[in-house]
Design a protein around this ligand. Structure first.
Ligand SMILES: Cc1ncc(COP(=O)(O)O)c(C=O)c1O
Ligand SMILES: [Zn+2]
Length: 393
């Protein structure tokens, strides 16, 4: 396992000491990246050692990449190393099934690492504003670590998110508003309450957990990049984390050199601040008013790391696309009936985007692409049933 050297600001690039808890850059409030001494993992041998190491490790899942993660004992519930499913209809399509994670979503990866580091650094009280799945994941890992979790989420999150947070013993506040309102409430109270704020991109370790998706997809494709990665985008931690992984893997000599994948950020037309900024060629997004979509994880009206995502989209020759909920639901039903995969609404936004780019010729059937199903469809039984107009007779 490597030692952390320091944090680096994603915006002004100053270095910040990593020997105590840090939130954002003290100079410009930019998101901090973790920087390691990775020399021990360099070269193809470092890559080849992974499977052998993983077989001998007491920890499963994403901890197979512990040679590029902080040198600490993990708080783990078995997150990561999720299936890479092949489509039955489209030869180039792989679905990264993140619903297989503990708590049924990819949020487990980021929160496993954030809680691991919180325990390591002696933090006792964590707080998070959440669109839903981050709340469930924080509640679970905090319970596993014996740390207090304070959660603020919109009152109309899927019932599963409310239930899991309560069941794991978190302090839950349901808010008549959006994640941005929840974030404001955490910010107002954290100092007085002694909470450490682990909001999306306001602490450096959730990116580290999510970056394992980048390592994993490259390893699962035979240490090669796909042509494109479709990512349902809310706060953007996964997109940013995967891009960091690709850069690290190139520095390490782990990935066959070639063009990095085009990053495709997918949102709902009911809340698409990144798409709007991308289309306007802006450097940052503006607040999306009256955000509404059944893809609750995408209801992030002003992502904190918008400037990083927009840079990555540009650098990767990427695209940002939004689809109305009806189109997302249509794709969700299509994949259930024709592939046996029950997508989350967020995942179905990615499959809808694939159909769109195939139809307009931007992609061909031969292009190898990874579509992220970021959560299990079964976490959304209430909202998806409602969107389908389905009631028990
Ligand atoms: C299922 C699901 N997909 C996608 C997202 C968006 O994730 P990110 O904040 O990494 O963009 C979320 C966030 O809550 C989510 O729960
Ligand atoms: Zn800075």
């Amino acid at each position: 396992m490597p030692t952390i050297q320091q944090f680096e600001c994603s915006r002004c690039h100053i270095y910040v000491p990593a020997d105590k808890p840090q939130t954002v850059c003290p100079a410009c409030a930019g998101t901090l990246y973790v920087r390691y001494d990775l020399s021990a993992a360099r070269g193809i041998n470092g890559r080849n050692a992974i499977a052998k190491d993983a077989a001998q490790s007491p920890w499963a899942g994403m901890w197979r990449y512990r040679s590029v993660l902080p040198q600490v004992t993990p708080v783990t519930l078995g997150e990561g190393w999720t299936p890479m499913l092949r489509s039955k209809r489209y030869p180039g399509v792989y679905v990264k099934e993140e619903g297989a994670n503990p708590t049924g979503s990819f949020k487990a990866r980021g929160l496993a690492l954030a809680v691991t580091m919180a325990r390591h650094l002696g933090l006792r009280k964590l707080a998070v504003p959440s669109a839903g799945n981050a709340a469930g994941a924080l509640a679970a890992y905090a319970a596993a670590a014996g740390i207090e979790a304070n959660i603020f989420m919109p009152k109309d999150v899927p019932l599963a998110n409310y239930l899991e947070a309560i069941l794991y013993g978190a302090n839950v506040t349901l808010v008549d508003g959006l994640i941005s309102d929840c974030g404001r409430m955490v910010a107002e109270r954290k100092e007085k309450e002694g909470w450490f704020d682990i909001s999306t991109l306001k602490e450096p370790f959730r990116i580290e957990g999510k970056k394992t998706m980048g390592y994993e997809l490259v390893e699962q494709l035979g240490w090669e990049y796909p042509d494109a990665v479709f990512y349902p985008t809310g706060g953007g931690v996964g997109l940013i984390g995967m891009w960091k992984a690709f850069i690290e893997m190139e520095e390490l000599g782990w990935v066959r050199p070639g063009k990095r994948p085009r990053m495709i950020a997918v949102q709902s037309a009911g809340c698409a601040p990144v798409v709007r900024a991308f289309e306007a060629e802006a450097a940052a997004s503006t607040m999306w008013e009256n955000a509404a979509t059944f893809a609750s994880g995408l209801r992030v009206p002003k992502p904190y790391g918008d400037y990083i995502m927009l840079q990555i989209l540009e650098e990767s020759d990427g695209i940002a696309l939004a689809f109305p909920d009806e189109k997302i639901l249509e794709s969700l039903k299509d994949w259930a009936r024709n592939e046996g995969i029950f997508l989350s609404p967020e995942g179905a936004a990615a499959t809808a985007a694939y159909d769109h780019l195939l139809a307009n010729g931007e992609l061909t059937l031969e292009d190898r692409v990874v579509l992220f199903n970021t959560g299990a469809g079964l976490k959304y039984t209430d909202v998806t049933a409602e969107a389908m107009g389905l009631r028990r007779p």
